[in-house]
Design a protein around this ligand. Structure first.
Ligand code: MTE
Ligand code: LUZ
Ligand code: MOS
Length: 751
């Protein structure tokens, strides 16, 4: 299978925001940001910067024509800081100059005085000081207090998980063009064209029809451009609006790393109660989410944490509390998994602790508590079509869990310095935006008079292959060569009121909308054929391999001839369709409902080897049985699974974001922030497609794949800890991720 952009990518012909040829006279923007994490702005002097040769203007908060506000869910985020700053890297001014170099030089001439205030960087400290973004959220069922009394074993503990840098290859950016009648057109590297349009409209004080957003493709988003692409687009738009010139704003890597939010670090307290034979009876957990200085998507992310508090297991008594804590870090944001990974890590830590106490392998407890068909989650939804057990037992059989355990034990008896460990990692991830209203999408399909087809949807291509999937949908419905189908840019004037490409559901939602629009056109064409060629209404017309069939016989009419005929007979060759996921709802007061269209399931087993003298390690293998439904794009889906696994391993092992206590990012470049490279990839990755899975709510019976496999990476953490335990059986290790080689070494030897 060839991916949509493959040839153009390889030839370097694919266009990203930065590649668009801009008109002469375009100005380049550089953002001046706060050097302190918390303080009052006493004075700001831009006169030297404005006098700098080549500088056209320096824009401050007071220059913004509309509202100085870009908060999506909660209105708590100014585009440019006005009187106070709340994080290092917070934008304060925009310098516009003839070149980026001039803008960056001129920026150094801005003089600013602050009255520094004490920053808070820790979520628990913020909570203690009452700094919550929203009141505590609680999802619960049963009665944990009562249940704990009847448990044979109760374990309590704490976890920490770190932030994660998105590290999309293409940094954040946008180009804004003034259009006639005071409008603005924006080319943006955004996952959410409509959200970007709304943010720009708000700061410009314009109605939405005056602002057009166009997205060709992204060089990766991973959640980092679900909400946080808006600021840069809005800044470019305000600039272009004020000076009536095209303005280009592309963040250099270091500024991108410093100014944008990451995956939320979490700290959590858990308590798990089990029967003596390992049945989980009760689970209580409190999540401290480090939201950063503004809400951004934190509240939605917190909700997904609460949804996934019990991962792939049935627990009859649950109390999960979520605290979104406001700190003086850049606002943290969506990142592949969207709060789910932190929840699953916590639950797996609790299982590990219980297993240690019961003296069994974690897999014994995992296997005993997996979701069965129609088990009820703590928020009221039933696990329908549960593949939790199917994936687990298939993986157990295929990868020989028992043999892995034996091999690891033998290796560890025979080796003193090197120790092996393994862990099983089942996952369950709900597919739908947890905000019900967002589960909608649109498509606009044109069949041109030569038989070629143009498809526009709300989906944004960011490397995940959604354009190829959309193209396959249209090609399948019309039964034409996919080379005849072009997937257009994502543009707010062609498909309006879109949800961001996120929650792994872009292919489902936009694929379904495309399917509807194409079916609508196909039916229109079939009616036309019957009328035109005098077939009866009971005759069965079909399209097969670019030929028209009637009652299974080719009638000697090709697709192209048909379209030409239809055009000259004045048949409408365009269709628009809208898709909304049926049957989902959620009561945000009671926190009960059917939040998800369906669930994605799977089980992985991760094996590692640790060098217990050096603390270094290798991931020997990650093997998974994953439920893809009926995949219709195997190569893309496998690529998504492998990429997500790698990103999950990075989060759990080597990717370490460090802010100092003043709230300054120390890991602001690729020299200090380490992402997995080929050497840290597992020696073996095996992803098997679960057989006999069906899913009417997914496009062509497939299942969403973008995010769920990331959580297999969590197994790496526990595999590493198990290897460490083989070296130091008497020690209790902290559940603190990432488990970097330094941390492995220190925790093996510190007393
Ligand atoms: N794959 C690539 N190559 N690049 C990306 O930015 N983003 C991930 C995932 N896979 C991403 C990716 C995230 S966070 C999501 S939500 C999904 O893709 C979104 O796309 P989908 O809905 O089409 O799966
Ligand atoms: N974005 C969002 C998401 O707004 N709601 C979600 O539920 C979600 N889930 C995963 C990733 N992004
Ligand atoms: Mo993905 S975190 O939903 O963009």
């Amino acid at each position: 299978m060839k991916n949509y952009d493959m040839t153009r990518h390889v030839r370097g012909e694919s266009l990203f925001a930065d590649d668009f040829i801009v008109p002469e006279g375009t100005l380049y923007a550089s953002v001046f940001d706060s050097s302190i994490a918390h303080g009052k702005i006493l004075s700001i002097d831009i006169s030297e910067a404005e006098k700098f040769p080549g500088v056209k203007k320096v824009i401050l908060a007071q220059d913004i024509p509309g509202q100085n506000q870009i908060g999506g869910i909660i209105q708590d985020e100014p585009l440019l800081a006005e009187n106070e700053v709340h994080f290092c890297g917070q934008p304060i001014a925009i310098v516009l100059a003839e070149s980026l170099l001039i803008a960056r030089e001129a920026k150094k001439k801005i003089k600013i005085e602050y009255k520094e205030l004490t920053p808070i960087t820790d979520a628990r400290e913020a909570y203690a000081k009452g700094m919550l973004i929203i009141p505590p959220r609680i999802f619960s069922n049963g009665n944990v207090e009562e249940a704990f009394k009847h448990c044979g074993v109760v374990v309590e503990g704490k976890i920490e998980t770190g932030a994660q840098e998105h590290l999309y290859l293409e940094t954040q950016g946008a180009i804004a063009f003034p259009t006639e009648g005071n409008g603005i057109k924006i080319i943006s590297s955004t996952q959410g064209p409509t959200a970007t349009q709304r943010a720009a409209c708000k700061v410009l004080g314009l109605p939405m029809h005056q602002v057009e957003v166009d997205v060709m493709r992204l060089g990766g988003g991973f959640g980092g451009k679900e909400d946080q692409a808006n600021a840069w687009a809005a800044m470019a738009a305000v600039s272009a609006f004020l000076i009536k010139k095209t303005v280009k704003l592309i963040l250099p890597r270091q500024e991108d790393m410093r100014m944008t939010g990451k995956r939320h670090p979490y700290s959590a307290d858990f308590k798990m109660g089990l029967s003596n034979d390992g049945k989980i009876l009760a689970y209580e957990v409190t999540f401290f989410q480090n939201a950063g200085a503004a809400a951004d998507l934190s509240t939605a992310i917190l909700d997904r944490t609460l949804f996934h508090a019990t991962n792939s297991y049935f627990v009859p008594n649950v109390k999960a509390t979520g605290l979104s804590c406001r700190t003086n870090l850049p606002p943290n944001t969506a990142f592949r998994g969207f709060g789910g990974p932190q929840a699953m890590f916590t639950f797996e830590a609790a299982i590990q602790k219980a297993a240690d106490k019961l003296g069994v392998a974690a897999s014994v407890i995992q296997e005993k508590n997996l979701l069965k068909e129609k088990d009820e989650f703590h928020y009221g939804q039933l696990a329908e079509n549960s593949k939790a057990q199917a994936c687990w037992f298939k993986a157990k059989e295929k990868f020989h869990f028992d043999q892995i355990k034996k091999n690891v034990d033998t290796f560890n008896t025979e080796n003193k310095i090197y120790k092996k460990g393994f862990a099983c990692m089942p996952i369950c991830f709900g597919i739908s935006f947890t905000n019900t209203f967002m589960n909608q999408a649109g498509a606009l399909v044109h069949i041109y008079s030569d038989g070629s087809v143009g498809v526009s949807t709300a989906a944004v291509e960011m490397g995940q292959g959604v354009n190829e999937k959309i193209r396959l949908v249209a090609a399948e419905i019309f039964s034409i060569d996919k080379a005849k189908i072009k997937v257009e840019t994502t543009n707010t004037t062609r498909v309006a009121n879109t949800s961001p490409t996120a929650a792994s559901s872009a292919a489902d939602l936009n694929g379904k909308a495309t399917e509807l629009a194409c079916k609508n056109l196909a039916e229109r064409l079939m009616t036309f054929i019957k009328e035109e060629l005098n077939f009866s209404s009971s005759d069965r017309i079909a399209f097969r391999d670019e030929q028209v069939y009637c009652n299974d016989r080719a009638i000697g009419l090709t697709w192209t001839e048909l379209i030409q005929k239809a055009f000259f007979t004045r048949v409408n060759l365009s269709a628009q369709a809208h898709y909304a996921v049926p049957g989902i709802y959620f009561d945000k007061e009671k926190n009960k409902g059917k939040a998800f269209a369906y669930y994605s399931f799977g089980t992985a087993v991760v094996e590692v080897t640790v060098d217990c003298i050096r603390g270094t390690y290798v991931v020997d293998s990650v093997k998974a049985v994953h439920d893809f439904g009926k995949s219709f794009a195997n190569v893309i889906d496998r690529g998504q699974a492998e990429g997500a696994i790698m990103q999950g391993i990075g989060w759990m092992t080597m990717e370490e974001i460090i802010y100092n206590t003043d709230g300054k990012l120390l890991t602001d470049a690729l020299s200090t922030y380490k992402v997995p490279d080929i050497h840290s990839a597992p020696k073996e990755i095996e992803v098997h497609f679960l057989e006999n899975s069906d899913n009417p709510l997914g496009i062509f019976n497939s299942k969403a794949i973008g995010e769920p496999p990331l959580m297999y990476g969590i197994g790496t953490f526990f595999a590493l800890q198990n290897a460490m335990k083989a070296f130091r059986p008497e020690k209790e290790f902290e559940f603190s991720a990432p488990l970097t080689p330094e941390k492995v070494l220190l925790s093996l030897y510190k007393e």
